[in-house]
Design a binder for this molecule. Structure first.
Ligand code: SAH
Length: 227
């Protein structure tokens, strides 16, 4: 297998590749710059009803994914020592950032476990050393969309997927700032002009203008990034 190898353990493999099958990310899949394999968690159940969940110990609402079933699925897709980080999508996790996406893109791939219901038995998180990753401070119904968000952010950073490396250099978060505003023709749109600076041809001044715009936007919208 060439490139970055992504494994996803899920109760809903039919959701994949979904958005990961289109545009530059999908082309990267066809060109084998990365690979995607989904594993149906239910295939690792052992009883007649193919049960994957049970009621929470201690009571409370909802269901919990069983540790033994999950462990068997993880062991099947990622025998210990295959070098790839094992992630669990989880609102309690470490926030997904551009820095972390870049770190993952340099590696051999990822194994991603998608939670459902109330979540997963704590013991499998510990026993299989799953790193919990959150895509934001809100609660989804399952880990699948979160896994797609993570993979889309990572795969576009794999060399060759998004064209030139310069397509990344200026982007939001890569410089520690939000990106400056973009414009393209026509020169005049509903009475609004492209800023004169951008058609001056003076690349030094354009660079300065963009930097000042990025600073101002970041200060106004995300002052936390400047700390
Ligand atoms: N009871 C849990 C939420 C379960 S939501 C709690 O309060 O923390 C069901 C599943 O959706 C989770 O197991 C996780 O895999 C996924 N999920 C929900 N929100 C997410 C988020 N913000 N980031 C990543 N995964 C999330």
């Amino acid at each position: 297998m060439s490139g970055f190898a992504a494994d996803v353990v899920t109760l809903f493999p039919e959701l994949f590749p979904g958005p990961l099958g289109t545009s530059v990310i999908g082309r990267g899949l066809i060109e084998q710059r990365w690979s995607l394999r989904t594993t149906q968690l239910r295939d690792f159940a052992t009883d007649r009803h193919r049960t994957v969940d049970d009621t929470p110990a201690g009571g409370g609402p909802g269901m919990v994914l069983k540790a033994d079933i999950l462990a068997r699925a993880i062991d099947a897709v990622s025998p210990s020592g295959d070098g790839r980080p094992r992630l669990l999508m989880s609102p309690r996790g470490r926030p997904l950032t551009q820095v972390y996406a870049r770190e993952l893109a340099l590696g051999a791939g990822v194994v991603i476990v998608c939670g459902r219901f109330e979540g997963v038995d704590q013991r499998v998180i510990e026993a299989r050393e799953l790193t919990e990753i959150s895509i934001g401070d809100y609660v989804l119904a399952g880990g699948e969309v979160a896994a797609m968000v993570l993979l889309e952010a990572v795969v576009r950073l794999i060399p060759g997927v998004l064209g030139g490396a310069e397509s990344h250099a200026d982007e939001s978060f890569e410089t520690g700032l939000l990106e400056y505003p973009h414009y393209t023709r026509p020169q005049s749109f509903e009475g609004r002009e492209i800023p004169a600076m951008l058609i001056s041809g003076d690349h030094g001044k354009i660079e300065k203008w963009r930097r000042a715009e990025a600073d101002a936007l970041t200060r106004a919208r995300r002052p936390d990034l400047l700390k």
